[in-house]
Design a protein around this ligand. Structure first.
Ligand code: MG
Length: 203
């Protein structure tokens, strides 16, 4: 399985990092080895001084598809989740400055937190979901899927032009504003509405 991640999908986050708004979704991949194992702490890698949290709504693909039309995209997922796209920001900035790919900043072991899943049947509208990240008990990131520049179904249409989507693939739909550095002993908890979907410790 693969993790397909979307960059710059929330205007307020684009502004905080002083990026331009993309003309099309920005895609990158993480391998399955990036998934943080259940109940394990996140270890800050020794190659970065500035690992940042990016809380993101996740979509789990439940059937194989290629060239999926936006109109039918809703048939390709039945669960929504929440996770973190951990980013070694210092590494990423150095790579970006040289026009190089981001993998060492984004795809390292543990860089993808995948929380519990919620069945779509329990969700009234996937395009109007509040989600948040708490760090040590304080909300540091808050978003609503209605603020996504490219909504879930449009993302599935776009991604499936390039990559065949397979059962179990996970889409990271982009982070809202409020990204920040993590430090040893931080506790990160993620919520969709008032449901806690993950809780991890940083080491
Ligand atoms: Mg991200």
């Amino acid at each position: 399985m693969k993790l397909i991640c979307i960059g710059r999908n929330y205007t307020a986050h684009i502004e905080e990092l002083e990026h331009a708004t993309p003309e099309a979704p920005i895609l990158f991949l993480k391998p399955d080895t990036a998934i943080l194992l259940k109940k394990q702490p996140f270890f800050i890698p020794d190659f970065s001084e500035n690992v940042q949290h990016e809380v993101e709504v996740l979509v789990k693909i439940n059937r194989v598809g290629k060239y999926i039309d936006k109109k039918f995209a809703h048939k390709y997922y039945s669960e929504i989740g929440l996770g973190i796209d951990f980013t070694a920001r210092d590494v990423q900035e150095a790579l970006k400055a040289k026009g190089l790919p981001w993998e060492t900043a984004k795809a390292f072991d543990g860089a993808a937190v995948v929380g519990k899943w919620m069945p779509k049947s329990e969700i009234t509208d996937c395009n109007s979901l509040n989600f948040s990240l708490q760090k040590n008990g304080t909300v540091v990131q808050r978003g609503n899927t209605s603020q996504m520049i490219y909504k879930i179904d449009a993302l599935i249409e776009y991604i499936s032009k390039y990559f065949t989507l397979k059962i179990g693939d996970i889409i990271f739909t982009g982070t809202p504003a409020g990204v920040g550095r993590v430090e040893a002993n931080d506790k990160l908890k993620g919520f969709i509405e008032d449901k806690e979907l993950f809780s991890i410790t940083v080491k």
